[in-house]
Design a protein around this ligand. Sequence first.
Ligand code: ADP
Length: 432
Amino acid sequence: MIYLFIAALLLALLLGARLLVRQNRLLEQLRGAIQFQQPLLKSEGSADHLPEWPGLTEDVNRLITENATLRQQRSDQLTQLEATLGNLREAVLIVDEANYIHLANRALREIFPASRDLVNLRLELIVRSAAFLDYVRATRTGQPLPRQEFEITDGASSTWIEASGAPIPSPDGKTQWALFVIHDMTQQRILERMRRDFVANASHELRTPLSVIKGYVETLVDGHATMSDDERAKFLATIQRHSDRLNAIIADLLTLSRLESVTPGVNFEAIDLRAFLLALVDDTAQRPNAKRHALASRLDPDLGEISGNAEKLTQLFGNLLDNAVKYCPAGANIVVEARPLAATGEIEVAVRDTGPGIPAADLPHIFERFYRVEKGRSRESGGTGLGLSIVKHIAQLHGGRVWAESEVGQGTAIFVRLPLASAGKAAKPDSR
Ligand code: ADP
């Protein structure tokens, strides 16, 4: 009897243990389904082992399906948002609570081209500005902040951005993210700086001869009665020299301003560049100050025609020849070369001299307004510092470009490339 009881107890224990193992397995399956968001199959498990199992399976499967639908909707919305923002001219940025970038549209990638895809990078790596990072932090906390401008420096270059932001809840609603609309202000700031520099430079250039004239006139007014004739003549000659200078600066400034503003009014005609340059070299060689040098031309016989404005081109090549004549010590060789470039449909003209040359550090700047390599020498020879700037503008007006090559002590060559008449197309000059 007792054996029977023990056997029944063992059987009951065994059955109980098996049930526990199966229930455990079912719970494991349930955990796996939730973890991997995979609905449970009806055949998985059985109601025999856990009466609530079918109901539980149904509820869990419903939750998993709903969750999947929500996630899909969210990803569709993000894709749609990215597609919409991608075409916006304004740059849009979304960062999370740890400053990881979650959305960066095309306009933003154009401002910060360091990396092709900014998403998942930390903001600190892209925008190196403590002030902007503070602004991001403050925006996330919900502080109402006005639109603000930031200068972001990277080595020698600066980018200016104007940002306005708003806090947004993270998709799971647990943390606070931030969204920013950013405008690239760099071009505007560079232009403003150039304009400021230009006004400062122009005022300075005009003030120098003016103050000399003023000083001499005052002395003449006070002392003309007691002055010797010689002294008075010397004073008047100085006044004349400085008023000529004022005149030259104002004439060059007017030329530049006309080149910038009335571009569409310029008449273009077919110009045989070979005949044009030959005549110009001849005219220059006749001038008294050019007689101390040897002027020559090496022009390809089949140079071809360009579509240009003769008056402006005379000014362009005249300024280059003037500089060569002006800056070379007596006995220099000055050559005007020209050749057609079949591959690019252009004509390349070079004005070469064997003068003092231009140091490498100055070369990139000589086409800027008022830039002079040696200030004293340029002023002495009547230079305004605007000649090469005018040259650059006229070349651009003809759809061409200019550059310089030089070696100190060896000489200078200024190159001008202009499109052949068939390929000619005028471009808008920039404002430097
Ligand atoms: P500027 O009116 O002073 O001649 P430019 O704009 O024509 O001004 O030239 C800018 C500067 O470049 C000049 O001041 C001069 O120092 C330098 N430069 C131009 N052409 C030559 C040249 N052929 N040889 C040496 N220096 C030159």
